[in-house]
Design a protein around this ligand. Sequence first.
Ligand code: PMP
Ligand code: GLU
Length: 394
Amino acid sequence: MQLLSDRILNMATSATLAMAAKARELRGEGKDIIGLSLGEPDFNTPDFIKQAAIQAINDNYNSYSPVDGYGDLKEAIITKFKRDNNLTYTPTQIVVSTGAKQCLANVASVMINKHDEVILPCPYWVSYADIVKLNDGIPVEVKTTIDTDFKMTASQLEAAITPKTKMLWFSSPCNPSGSVYNRTELKALVDVLVKYPNIYVVSDEIYEHINYAGGHASIAEFDEMYDRTITVNGVSKAFAMTGWRIGYIGAPEKIARACNKMQGQITSGANCIAQRAVITALNESPSRVQYMIDEFKIRRDLILDLLSDIDGFKTNTPDGAFYVFPNISYYFGKTLRGKTINNASDFSMYLLEEALVATVDGEAFGNPDCIRISYAASQEQIKEAIKRIKAVLV
Ligand code: PMP
Ligand code: GLU
């Protein structure tokens, strides 16, 4: 009998994590790799949050928390949703999980039935398609290009809808394109969705605060969408807390209760110390972390400027998150240093081997003409990385 399940055999390895592991391995061999693959702030968690965690340890927070999160954390989340997004939730609509990733996995497993279709505007975050497939759903990719700033138009959405469409999943600001849907663009999508009342939306807003255009908009703010939107958020990005593993949803009560039930069987409540610290993080004004966002913006401008100087890198101007997603198809078919580049994976591997710079192949995000470069790295690292990339492309 086959040892491993079809489920895991059919699943792709997370390309972001695989590249980060490869970079780590090469560093272990003494290679001077610059890691621009993982989407992870290079800042330390702010001291006021760390202090709250230390306090929680000293206060003997060491037992299981409620599965869906501490009551006072849920209150902090409710206050945050009201303050930042003008969304009103009650405690039974909130579920705290081990990262936004678990939120997404919970939602998929409680909502998707076999052969349900989930619309994913491309490029999409690397794990969406596999989370959908793991739950026997069918990812339906909607291709977008730089010409529409990698945003899905209303007519593209409508064309992708079938009687089997169960959900639409998207992130804004988007990982990997950095695109931000403004209210008018969301309204155009909502105008389509109102015609299909059975379609639910997962709105992944984990990069909410990393927005250089200003004015984050949530699709659940539209009255027509509130009852069928699962708003996903977390502290990994804005608060530089990737390893603390806290994410949360605001959702229709039935869905939140189902996620609570699912989580109760598979992981229980998220880490109790991290939950306590997140209360402090969310109760503070987002202005406390503005210094990181200001620095990300400087780096975005820097990397766009440096890339504009290299042949064959076509980029949009990302308004949020900390990635650029250049189209590098110009290099396909070319041979550099004896290596033929046939696709984005070859290109990304070439940059790793020859320039010692780790990026991620766009294929994993549903766009095989692009690579993703994270600029959550110091300005010096960014300058050195782009200098090295430029040097190996001539
Ligand atoms: N959604 C997007 C768009 C992301 O980039 C990430 C990155 N990790 C996640 C969800 C998952 O975040 P978390 O660290 O909270 O699991
Ligand atoms: N979200 C980050 C990224 O896209 C972290 C890696 C991951 O969770 O896959 O790189």
